[in-house]
Design a protein around this ligand. Structure first.
Ligand code: PCA
Length: 132
């Protein structure tokens, strides 16, 4: 019997527990805390952060891994403005992930990369604070 199909998403901003958009993950399953490999910088876009690939960045951004249905992933794509080119869903290279996640599953985790210019935006460091 195959396992229930699900998608794995690394969230680093308002989708996290306690975040303003966490309700979007209603019904999803929390897998655990995780950290990206270096090479990404998180910028403040006001009420939410945007993660950008910057190979020279030493930051190891923290976030949460959630298992979501295909239907929920489609809704998240719409919510994050994937069609408008605001964010793009991309592989999330992890340096730390829960031990009950197999390396195979860890290798298929995805996240939302910000696609618009970040000129002049404030760098946020490795963690987006959900409660301020
Ligand atoms: N929501 C997505 C991307 C940035 C944001 O605020 C997330 O939490 O991962």
């Amino acid at each position: 019997m195959p396992a229930t199909p699900h998608c794995l998403v690394f969230v680093y901003g308002t989708l996290k527990r306690g975040g303003s958009n966490h309700a979007q993950l209603e019904g999803a399953r929390f897998i655990g805390d995780a950290r990206l490999r270096p090479g990404y910088t998180m910028y403040s876009l006001g009420a939410y952060p945007g993660l950008v690939a910057e190979p020279a960045s030493a930051d190891r951004v923290t976030g949460e891994i959630w298992a979501v249905s295909h239907a929920m992933l489609t809704r998240l794509d719409a919510f994050e403005g994937v069609d408008e080119g605001l964010y793009q869903r991309a592989a999330a290279p992890l340096s730390e992930f829960p031990s009950d996640l197999s390396p195979t599953d860890a290798a298929r985790v995805e996240m939302y990369l910000y696609l618009r210019p970040v000129t002049g935006r404030e760098r946020l460091g490795e963690s987006w604070p959900v409660r301020r």
